[in-house]
Write a protein of this length. Structure first.
Length: 293
């Protein structure tokens, strides 16, 4: 069960955001959290800096809202150094599930992958392959503009897309390809879990400030065949005014202080932005409909 502290914190967040718990949102507030998931989140093996961000990212509550179940096969899109991997892989290993990291740097069809990209994938595989008892049978697959199927058709229960979609519109057609790939990989009834920096509806997806609108994401998902199955205020932040000198990256944890390609500005005043915290983020759940639904 979710601890009273976690339930109270979530309720406070919802009230602060000025949101109400309509039916699709009630799941995020009331669903019991698997104790094995809480154990994975609270593990001392996770880096301290990652655990410090739980106050903004609400991993146990978010994954529960997104429909994570014991024994699931999960694809984590662009896992980077493993923020979600350190939670998902131990949980799935403990419950008989399977973790797959999908990375552009692991795409064998993309000749533009750099040596640094290959090195990063090798480090990821080495880290999570070193302890199968803890992490299970972690696998890596390619994901990018040229990549093939993410997994055998209809074999995946959940695909996690955390703070990635805002990067995709700059690559024409890629967002559409990505959601088509998700649809092919998922079982009927499977979920796409989306978390991203939320722009106002109608915002230009090519603005390049790190924010993307819910309307854009919902529209692309619908064209791929998905149905919006739930939205949650759990990662909302009403303090986020979304008008910063270096886009969303001005905020924690990036705390950018100079234009891209320039060295950090030691005189930049971070205080205002640190007080805001991490960004206002949408938290959406899409479902691949069952046949005939």
């Amino acid at each position: 069960m979710a601890s009273p502290t976690r339930r109270i914190a979530l309720t406070a967040l919802i009230l602060a955001a000025g949101l109400t718990l309509a039916a699709p949102l009630a799941f995020a507030a009331t669903a019991a959290i698997d104790p094995r998931l809480e154990q994975a989140v609270d593990s001392p093996l996770r880096p301290a800096a990652d655990r410090a961000r739980d106050a903004f990212r609400h991993p146990a509550q978010s994954l529960t809202f997104w429909g994570l179940k014991p024994g699931d096969t999960v694809i984590d899109i662009s896992p980077a150094k493993g923020w979600w991997t350190d939670i998902l892989a131990p949980y799935l290993a403990a419950t008989g599930g399977h973790y797959i990291g999908a990375s552009a740097s692991a795409d064998p069809n993309d000749p533009t992958v750099s040596a640094a990209g290959h090195k990063a994938v090798a480090a990821f595989v080495a880290k999570y392959g070193a302890d199968p008892k803890l992490y299970g049978d972690v696998k890596v697959t390619g994901f990018g503009p040229r990549s093939g199927p993410l997994a055998p058709a209809g074999s995946v229960d959940l695909i996690l897309v955390s703070r990635e979609i805002h990067n995709w519109p700059a690559q024409p057609g890629f967002t559409q390809k990505a959601f088509a790939d998700f649809y092919a990989a998922l079982k009927p009834g499977g979920y796409v879990a989306v978390e991203d920096h939320r722009a106002p509806d109608g915002a230009d997806p090519l603005k390049g400030n790190g924010y993307i609108s819910e309307a854009y994401v919902i529209g692309v998902a619908a064209k791929a065949g998905f149905k919006l199955d739930g939205r949650s205020p759990i990662n909302a932040n009403p303090k986020d005014t979304k008008d910063y000198p270096f886009g969303v990256w001005t905020l924690p944890p990036t705390r950018q202080s100079a234009p891209d390609g320039q060295p950090a500005n030691p005189a930049f005043d971070h205080a205002r932005y640190d007080a805001i915290g991490e960004s206002d983020r949408m938290t959406l759940r899409f479902v691949k409909p069952e046949p005939g639904a």
